[in-house]
Design a protein around this ligand. Structure first.
Ligand SMILES: C[S@@+](CC[C@H](N)C(=O)[O-])C[C@H]1O[C@@H](n2cnc3c(N)ncnc32)[C@H](O)[C@@H]1O
Length: 324
């Protein structure tokens, strides 16, 4: 008996009960429970990998897709020297009180040059890197002394309190939820876009990658961690590929998002087609225990590579022109 399937179905069907759906969204909005250390660890991995892959390591304008209930990863970027931060989500989870608490803790972590919390502390945060020492070769003393000036920290605090203030301040933070509108960000204005455990949830992947491409400056780059697992909706880690589209619709119910069920290769193909060059693609492999004959027809022909790729960390650069 596949209990997880029945629990997932019950939760999906429950979303059709008036009032309950909003209540559930409220509950699930609070369970991400991301701490300052989690955000610090996430950001420093994006940054370390960007440096390793030869990208500019001091992006001025950054954007995060799907920050969830804390904007902390972007705050860590601001504390590393970035000046403008766009965050966009499908659900408005933003919690001002939590944001300020996380921000104050982040300031403390940076001031102490604390090492990057490792895979024992956060097994779900990828990629695993060679050294978890504070990346002083990127965040040099000169850079941090400037980034952590008391007036600059105050300016970031003000931007957190006054989200979406378009006045010409030293630091600006914009938050859009829901966001599906290309006009929220000026074309070719962003240096770096990142996400953590989000792109597996996005319904319209092609449109989303197109917009990310449009917003990035030529030579701008993106950094994403994607989790292709079933998110507890099936017994096996890749059991969501056994559910028919009909069952999947019931499981999804009226939730604002669930999983798009697209495998790793779909992301890579879309990125390439839209005009990105993949610079790094670190895959986490897992044994697949599901039989092909049990898979839903549209997933039955997944390649062995897709079937066994459970997570990936991908960095890609916007090509300067289509011929490149
Ligand atoms: C598993 S949570 C991850 C949250 C956060 N990035 C973290 O690391 O904790 C997935 C997030 O993706 C967001 N999301 C889902 N579909 C999205 C979309 N189409 N555009 C932007 N965000 C989306 C959800 O609202 C949620 O905040």
């Amino acid at each position: 008996m596949n209990f997880k399937k029945y629990i997932a179905l019950s939760r999906g069907i429950a979303t059709y009960i008036p009032g309950l759906h909003a209540h559930m969204t409220q509950i699930f909005g609070t369970i991400f429970g991301r701490s300052a250390r989690y955000c610090y660890s996430r950001w420093l991995r994006h940054l370390t990998m960007a440096h390793k892959n030869g990208f500019p390591n001091k992006p001025n304008v950054i954007a995060e897709l799907g920050p969830g209930d804390s904007l902390g990863v972007g705050f860590a970027a601001l504390l590393s020297g970035s000046n403008k931060f766009y965050a966009f989500d499908v659900v408005k989870y933003n919690n001002p009180k939590k944001n300020l608490k996380i921000f104050d803790e982040l300031v403390d972590l940076f001031k102490r040059r604390e090492n990057i919390p490792n895979e024992i502390r956060f097994p779900e945060v990828e990629p695993y890197i060679k050294s978890y020492e504070f990346p002083g070769h990127i965040l040099t003393e000169t850079r941090l002394n400037e980034a952590l000036r008391p007036e600059r920290i105050e300016s970031i605090r003000n931007a957190i309190i006054n989200l979406n203030n378009a006045e010409e301040n030293e630091i600006q933070i914009f938050y859009f939820a829901p966001w599906y509108n290309s006009a929220i960000i000026k074309e070719e204005s962003v240096d770096m876009i990142f996400s953590n455990a989000v792109l597996e949830h996005v319904d319209d992947l092609k449109y989303t990658y197109e917009l990310l491409h449009r917003w990035l400056k030529p030579g701008g780059f993106m950094s994403h961690q994607i989790n292709f697992e079933c998110h507890e909706i099936a017994k096996e880690w890749n059991g969501h590929w056994t559910y028919s589209d009909f069952v999947w619709r019931l499981i999804r119910g009226k939730r604002s998002f669930l999983l798009n069920r697209d495998p790793h290769s779909t992301h890579i193909e879309l990125m390439k087609k839209i005009g990105f060059k993949i610079v790094c693609d670190i895959k986490v492999k897992k044994v697949s225990k599901i039989q092909r004959k049990k898979m839903a027809p549209r997933f039955r022909n997944l390649s062995e590579e897709d079937l066994t790729t459970s997570r990936a960390f991908i960095q890609a650069i916007k090509k300067n022109n289509w011929a490149e």
